[in-house]
Design a protein. Structure first.
Length: 384
């Protein structure tokens, strides 16, 4: 069987990644449209990036109005500002997943000359502007993916835009930019990356290249998330998690997510729970359901990550994997829905709709074990 693997053209990781990327950035043109959020701007990270642009003689305009998960209104505003000067050679996003996702949508709107609300669902063709992504959290992996999710504020739905051309051309994964993430952001984002890597490994679409990236990411998140959670300034842990996040992005870009992400998105949309947290809440429950359809895969992952012994049966190794996942969530103090303050009756009211939405996303169908609407309903009910 043959496989296709799509990734950014250039990826810089590790200490001083930004400095190392300097010479390559010069090849992208003379003027950049920089997309970021007010916080990243305020704490000086955006400035660190524009200082580098200054050093190499690139002019820029900073748009810092991505204030949270991107909406059509933010995209429209950015496009308007872009068009005021209209002489930019490339786009550069610095921030969490939101500015990076926004950059992809801005590029799609500028290239297709369409309203953002009409870009949903279709495969985005060639885009006009090269893109550079500089993440400041270690989790979404958006710097390496072809997806972007934008909220349609008129209809209150999340639009998925996708296309190989939306994969950023360059990813600069500078670990020091993640030092400012507090305990919760560190845990939620790293567990999002954990889901990307482990879901891709146990997906029907897994392939040899993503499998090796998954093993490395899962192993490092097991080992280094507890360290970074305890001490956000641990240099080695931050570096390992930032690479794991990029690996997770490459994994989902080429092998997709499965049941966890499929069930997590509807919870996020309806109950406004951060993406990484709703994934983490679902993680042990979904894998507990999925392992008996893929003992070989889960067992192999557990052995590769040295959570299980070589001599363990696949069943024992898979069970050890799920137990270790539960332990990691406990270390990171992942709350239950109840502890997070979600109203049980309100949640139950939406279970049927959430199960339908989860299946419609297509992600649960990537799980090796056959998965019905009844199974999904049972997992949602099991979260209480
Ligand atoms: Fe995710």
């Amino acid at each position: 069987m043959g496989y296709r693997f799509v990734a950014p053209n250039e990826m810089f990781t590790g200490e001083n990644a930004l400095q190392l990327a300097k010479e390559s950035i010069k090849n992208y043109g003379k003027k950049a449209f920089v997309i970021t959020g007010p916080n990243v701007n305020k704490i000086g990270i955006a400035k660190e990036v524009t200082n580098v642009l200054d050093e190499v003689g690139i002019k820029y305009r900073v748009f810092d109005k991505i204030t949270g998960e991107p909406t059509d209104e933010m995209i429209d505003l950015a496009v308007e500002e872009f068009k005021e000067e209209n002489d930019f050679d490339f786009l550069l996003a610095v921030g969490g997943g939101s500015p990076i996702d926004s950059m992809k949508a801005i590029n799609a709107v500028l290239s297709l000359n369409k309203n953002i609300d009409n870009c949903s669902g279709e495969e985005i063709g060639k885009v006009k502007y090269p893109m550079i992504a500089i993440p400041t959290t270690a989790g979404t992996g958006s710097e390496a993916t072809k997806f972007t999710i934008i909220t349609d504020t008129k209809n209150n739905v999340k639009m998925l835009l996708k296309g190989d051309s939306l994969v950023p051309n360059m990813a600069i994964v500078e670990p020091k930019f993640t030092y400012t993430s507090g305990q919760n952001v560190t845990a939620f984002t790293a567990l999002d990356a954990f889901c990307h890597a482990s879901e891709a490994y146990t997906s029907r679409k897994s392939q040899p290249l993503t499998e090796s990236l998954s093993v490395s990411a899962v192993k490092n998140i097991f080992q280094y998330l507890p360290i970074a959670y305890e001490n956000g300034n641990d240099k080695v842990a931050r570096e390992k998690l930032s690479v794991a996040s990029l690996q997770g992005g490459l994994c989902i870009n080429n092998s997709s997510v499965t049941l966890i992400h499929g069930m997590s998105r509807p919870i996020g949309a309806l109950f406004h729970i951060p993406h990484g947290l709703s994934n983490a809440m679902l993680l042990p429950h979904c894998f507990e359901f999925a392992i008996d359809g893929a003992y070989e895969k889960f067992g192999k992952l557990a052995k590769e990550c040295m959570i299980a012994d070589k001599g363990d049966s696949d069943i024992i190794a898979s069970e050890k994997f799920v137990a270790k996942v539960k332990e990691l969530c406990a270390i990171c103090n992942i709350p239950t829905l109840k502890e997070y303050g979600v109203d049980k009756a309100e949640f139950e009211k939406y279970i049927d709709k959430m199960a339908t939405d989860a299946l419609e996303s297509g992600s649960p169908q990537n799980t090796i074990k056959e998965c019905t609407k009844e199974n999904i309903v049972a997992i949602y009910n099991g979260l209480w």
